[in-house]
Design a protein around this ligand. Structure first.
Ligand code: FAD
Length: 373
């Protein structure tokens, strides 16, 4: 079969890998270079964790995804998974329940008490009344290296074509036809649209209206030399247990320490610039001043704002049927990187007309939102 994948982020690129592995002819088209710095997927790192508290199917999916990422490192002959573990800070009873959930699903995890946290991580100031789950099948995906590895592999595959700097302007799912800004028309047997935060400009208005655009600020820091050793042994921390939803990614493999918080994630009308407003930088610096002993704004080397879309009804991802074998990954819901190998496989199934493999993720396993004209 011939498939056209619109978008060159992690979702489309891994779907391209799936399709190419099946021997299909693949065309990937992006409005910019592939990969593109403005894409949501393009960053130093993303957290991968299996634990989704009180959500056994998503936790099992997280473990499966972990194994698939390891396989992808072999397939793509690249190293992009720093398996430093993940630490989720929670009230003690919830931490124990999380540990049980993970180990019951076949993962390796242990609960840490407030005392153990203080001993292990003196460079983190966590609440006295909090515990944590430390999971092993987790860590940091070096996101920009993932994209580069996919592109390098795809370029060597027969029957794969990458079209750069050429936005798609119209998609006809029924005819599996994509029209490009330069007038070219790509005809195929299956089409996927995975254009990240740009979905609203390419998908039917009814779908666009159901999507919420979010803008989130990030600080990139250099840690003081005296703390370098401690940070080198720090797992990814998807939740520091604060009211504001602070999280961090440690400085692995030469990357920066990255700090952010749900408090600096806000709704946005349009996708515009990526500069972080000064008040957001200060807000994050103040929040982390309380969490990281010795932290000072002098640690901050850079900052950036990123965008993502969510389905307004659930706050999560959204798959849309465009007619025929045309589908769209219309919204990523802000947490799709870690699950991308599973998402890619099920999307490949849909556009190739196969029964989609179950992922355990509700948004992917339920019938897609029907946007057939
Ligand atoms: C601040 C932040 C932190 C996050 N942290 C995590 C995390 O720790 N763990 C996790 O699992 N997930 C995380 N995510 C979510 C994750 O990054 C996204 O789910 C994922 O990167 C989305 O990938 P995508 O391929 O759907 O979109 P994108 O990466 O945005 O790719 C879309 C591509 O489509 C192209 N495009 C757009 N319009 C057109 C057009 N008309 N024609 C052709 N091409 C077009 C763009 O140029 C772009 O290259 C985070 C997101 C944000 C914003």
């Amino acid at each position: 079969m011939r498939v056209t994948l619109v978008g060159g982020g992690v979702i489309a690129l891994l779907t391209a890998v799936e399709c190419a592995l099946g021997g299909h002819r693949v065309t990937v088209v992006d409005q910019g270079p592939i990969p593109y710095r403005r894409a949501t997927s393009f960053d130093q790192h993303r957290i991968i964790r299996a634990l989704h508290p009180a959500d056994p199917p998503a936790t099992a999916a997280g473990l499966r995804s972990h194994h698939r990422w390891l396989e992808l490192e072999e397939l793509l002959a690249a190293r992009f998974y720093e398996r430093v573990g993940a630490l989720t800070v929670l009230p003690p009873a919830e931490a124990d329940a999380g540990t049980l959930l993970l180990t019951g699903a076949g993962g390796h995890a242990r609960s840490l008490t407030a005392g153990a946290l203080a001993d292990r991580y003196p460079h983190l100031r966590l609440g006295d009344a909090l515990g944590a789950v430390l999971e092993d099948e987790a860590g940091v995906l070096l996101a920009d290296r993932v994209l580069a590895a996919c592109v390098a592999w795809l370029r060597w595959q027969p029957g794969v074509d990458l079209i750069e700097y050429c936005p798609a302007v119209a998609v006809d799912g029924d005819r599996a036809r994509v029209r490009l800004a330069d007038g070219r028309v790509l005809d195929a047997d299956g089409v996927l649209v995975a254009v990240g935060p740009w979905s609203r400009s390419l998908l039917p208005e009814r779908v666009a209206k159901s999507l919420t655009l979010h803008r989130q600020s990030l600080l990139y820091c250099r840690v003081p030399k005296a703390q370098a050793e401690a940070w080198a042994a720090t797992p990814a921390v998807p939740a520091l247990g604060t009211r504001h939803g602070a999280w961090l990614i440690p400085p692995v493999a030469g990357t920066a320490l990255k700090l952010s918080s749900a408090a600096v994630c806000r709704d946005a009308d349009d996708l515009t610039d990526h500069a972080t407003p000064e008040e957001r930088r200060q807000q994050l610096a103040a929040e982390f001043g309380d969490l990281l002993p010795g932290f000072s704004p002098a640690w901050v080397r850079d900052s950036r704002d990123c965008y993502y879309l969510s389905y307004a009804e659930t706050g999560g991802p959204l798959v849309v049927a465009l007619g025929g074998t045309g589908h769209a990954y219309a919204a990523c819901g802000g947490t799709s990187f870690k699950f991308a190998p599973l998402i890619a496989r099920t999307l490949a199934d849909r556009i190739l007309g196969r029964a989609p493999e179950a992922t355990g993720l509700t948004a992917l396993d339920t019938a897609p939102l029907d946007a057939t004209p």
